[in-house]
Ligand binder design. Structure first.
Ligand SMILES: [Zn+2]
Length: 280
């Protein structure tokens, strides 16, 4: 357990993190250990293959107990050996490809917290209505970073035209992610691919709004375990928020987020881990 993440009376939450499906028992146990403290979002996409909450809760291991606390939304993972306990929460990254955009604007992405299955081809407003109907929260993620849809440079800063639409996006949101641990300065001493700027702009953009701004890792674990580059699991919980530790985990998470009762932990993933997740 990472000691720096444990603060008396607080619970640490990294709501935006993507995991790969474990392919053997060793990978399964490494994953469950990572999830056995704090709160981890199991972030699904509509596109491609990713580990989903509904699948994770069916996993079996003698070292861990996985039990649902709120059906279809929140589960508890108890790690017997260390007597530690964490929560996983269903989240979905809703991408512009799947949700029709503002006219002429690309690629805003939102995080649905506490639900998933938001369908494709509906307006962003409808997506947020569904999220709220299902009792979830809608959070704009990395609002200044957008996908290029191309390899190897998969992302870019949004342009001025796209930036003009942020107030419309924010109007629909419950919060905004202003620190994303993937927004690293890829090369030292140059602003080429310096995505730190994206976080700085996001922080600037919520000044004089109702938002405080959350942090998350946006962890991406890789297609295989490698001792050299790490497993990708090291990215999970690099960034997140500290919330008061209260009994009703999901309702208290929601309440404390919308009332700005949390503190951010901001740590970037390291360059090697970032590069191997992005490019390998
Ligand atoms: Zn993401």
């Amino acid at each position: 357990m990472e000691k720096e993440k444990i603060i008396e009376g607080k619970i640490f939450a990294d709501l935006h993190s993507h995991f790969k499906r474990p392919s053997n028992h060793k990978e399964l146990e490494a994953l469950l250990e990572k999830l056995s403290y704090g709160i981890s979002g199991i972030t699904e996409f509509n596109r491609g293959d990713c580990l989903r909450y509904n699948e994770l809760i069916t996993f079996k291991s003698d070292l861990f107990d996985i039990s649902e606390v709120e059906q279809g939304r929140l589960a508890k993972i108890h790690y017997y050996t260390k007597n530690s306990c964490g929560y996983i929460i269903k989240t979905q990254e809703v991408r512009e490809k799947h949700v029709s955009k503002f006219p002429g604007v690309n690629n805003f992405e939102i995080l649905a917290v506490g639900c998933s299955g938001i369908p494709d081809d509906i307006s962003l407003k409808d997506a947020v209505d569904i999220i709220h109907y299902m009792g979830g929260l809608a959070i704009a993620v990395h609002p200044y970073t957008t996908s290029t849809g191309k390899w190897p440079i998969k992302y870019r800063l949004i342009n001025e035209n796209e930036e003009k639409h942020l107030p419309q996006l924010y109007e629909l949101m419950d919060e905004v992610e202003v620190f994303n641990a993937q927004n690293i300065q890829v090369f030292p001493f140059t602003n080429f691919l310096n995505m730190n700027i994206s976080n700085e702009k996001a922080k600037e953009s919520i000044k004089r709004t109702k938002f405080k701004g959350i942090a998350s890792s946006d962890a991406h674990s890789r297609a295989f375990l490698t001792e050299v580059f790490g497993t990708g699991l090291e990215q999970s919980k690099m960034a997140g928020i500290y919330l008061p530790r209260e009994n009703d985990i999901f309702e208290s998470l929601k309440h404390n987020i919308v009332t700005s009762n949390f503190e951010r932990l901001e740590q970037y993933v390291d360059r090697i881990s970032f590069a191997s997740c992005m490019f390998l």
